[in-house]
Design a protein. Structure first.
Length: 228
């Protein structure tokens, strides 16, 4: 990963909850240091057999909206943390040895921006993300990336439990239709979309927003979050 700060899950230190803001740093509002957490926007999604569903991505503006959030965070002097997912030793698309566990080409982490690799759904449990945020005095996070109801939602929930002020930037997330749990494992994309039991991507997003709003996170759109 070049000069990026890559933290391997196996060596991640114990999680630390956020502490009160006591250090100088870029602020958002009066007493908040914000981190933008970008989850799982990696090339492996486009080559995995499951992600033949990529063409059913509900949000074509995903990458553009993430890029807008990242640029705004950098301009404001806020931390940007990149989170990848890996299955080391699996031999699959998410095994780092195959070269697909990297941020998509349209997005480029800056060399000083932390990049962590997780093996869990949320971005905290198998990384030292909590320590990174605490060391920087961060007490608020905004989350975006893939997938809406999986990596992004679980990260929002865990961040909320750790005491962070969480914003879920909904139109900077993306997801796909979800098959019924009884659907055959070899179901094609066409069969998935034709199955009346399939949960549409739009419904997945709607349910996720309802589950998070007012309890775990503020749910906002990119334009609203950026102030226009």
């Amino acid at each position: 990963m070049g000069n990026h700060h890559l933290i391997e899950p196996a060596t991640a230190p114990a999680l630390l909850p956020p502490t009160p803001l006591t250090i100088e740093g870029p602020t958002f509002g009066l007493a908040v240091v914000l981190a933008m957490i970008v989850l799982h926007v990696i090339t492996g999604l486009a080559v995995s057999q499951f992600y033949l569903l990529w063409r059913t991505l509900h949000n074509p503006a995903l990458i553009a909206n993430v890029a807008r959030l990242v640029e705004a965070a950098r301009t404001a002097g806020e931390m940007v943390v990149w989170v990848l997912y890996a299955e080391a030793g699996s031999g699959g698309e998410f095994d780092p040895v195959n070269g697909h566990v990297r941020v998509v080409g349209e997005l480029e982490p800056a060399k000083e921006e932390p990049l962590v690799t997780k093996t869990s759904h949320n971005a905290f449990t198998t990384t030292n993300l909590g320590q990174i945020l605490t060391s920087a005095g961060v007490n608020a996070v905004a989350v975006c990336g893939l997938r809406t109801e999986q990596c992004v939602e679980t990260t929002a929930r865990v961040a909320s439990d750790f005491g962070y002020d969480v914003t879920f930037v909904t139109d900077a997330t993306g997801t796909f239709p979800i098959p019924h749990w009884d659907a055959p494992a070899d179901q094609t994309v066409e069969e998935l979309l034709a199955d009346p039991r399939t949960l549409s991507a739009a419904e997945v997003v709607r349910r996720t927003e309802y589950a998070l709003a007012g309890r775990f996170a503020a749910v906002r759109g990119t334009a609203d979050y950026l102030g226009g």
